[in-house]
Design a protein around this ligand. Sequence first.
Ligand code: FMN
Length: 380
Amino acid sequence: MSQLDLKYPAISDLRAKARRRMPKFAFEYVDSGTGTEAGVRSNRAGLDAVRFMPAILRGEVEPDLSCTLLGRDYAQPFGIAPVGMAGLIWPGAEATMAEGAKRNGLIYGQSTVAAARPEETGPIVGDLGWYQHYPVNDPAIRKDMLGRIKAAGWGALVVTVDVPGESRRERQRRANISMPPVITPGMVADMVMHPEWSLGHAKRGMPRMRFVEDYTAALNEDGFTHAGKIIRGSPGWDYIEGCRVEWDGPLIVKGVAEAEDADRLLGMGVDAIWVSNHSGRQFEGGPAAIDTLPPVVEAVAGRAPVLFCSGISGGLDILRAIALGADHVFLGKAWYFALGALGGKGIDHLAYVLRADMTSCMTQIGAGSLAEVKGRLMER
Ligand SMILES: Cc1cc2nc3c(=O)[nH]c(=O)nc-3n(C[C@H](O)[C@H](O)[C@H](O)COP(=O)(O)O)c2cc1C
């Protein structure tokens, strides 16, 4: 057993360490839900309610975590969800995450509002990279953005549709996170207390939304006043049609919660459906994300892969989503806790922890493959 496994056996250990190494505003940005965080809690309660029957006297079980998604083989069924302004959470996060994804054979999602341009990280991660797209209000900007994403080698486009407007995220407000950012004396003091974070940023310059800025420079706006100017929160169905015409690779829609929507999206030529509630960051009054998965899986009926994220906090949760029909499972916050805690090797460590946890749980329920996991699910 490695020293790292003794010190950081779970995501909660990485979170605690990351919290100590980051200024409060950076930690609050990554960690917070919205409102009273009932959405975060119900995601957790929903996952806990999915149970498996342990198995006995099965002989030797050697769990195989491998899977296939959109024509590509993966050694494990989990990946890295897109996280906006990752470069604020930890200096250089986008490039470090892209390298870690490549080393571990994980899908890496990069956000529209990343601190790196698609051209910077695309060549690092290659077709394991999925670029996340927030709808924009100018068709010419969309066309240019998608063309650049394609030319930079990204393997799939993920259009996020569950951010129809700003969410209040009160914890972020209390931590003084505002757009455009205003640095208060308290924040400066906090940065001084976290030298690794601050020196990393001093070397690179403060993180900015580089990709979006390429389009807002013409509007003569600073990089942050920007996003509201070009990102159009709540487009209609025709937006997806437009993306389908302009993007000839795999097209994935993220933030789906209803069976009818999934069905309609497939009818429009979408290649995969991503069930998510943005980890309770947008709205706390909806269902637990995991409870929206089975109806979507039923509606999709094997016509396309179904992906899942929101609230996953270990290998057992990944198995829960797989048992309910997900083909691949993504984590957001956890990777950034790992990065904040341990730098690039945190990504390797978390990938190891998730694999080890899945292997251990599959052994308990006697499942030798991901396909067998469902068979041990208890009736809900
Ligand atoms: C700090 C932060 C920023 C995020 N930014 C984006 C984003 O720019 N685009 C997007 O589609 N999802 C974004 N998400 C949502 C994630 O892609 C994902 O749905 C969610 O984090 C998964 O839940 P988990 O963090 O509990 O694993 C963000 C999540 C976090 C925590």
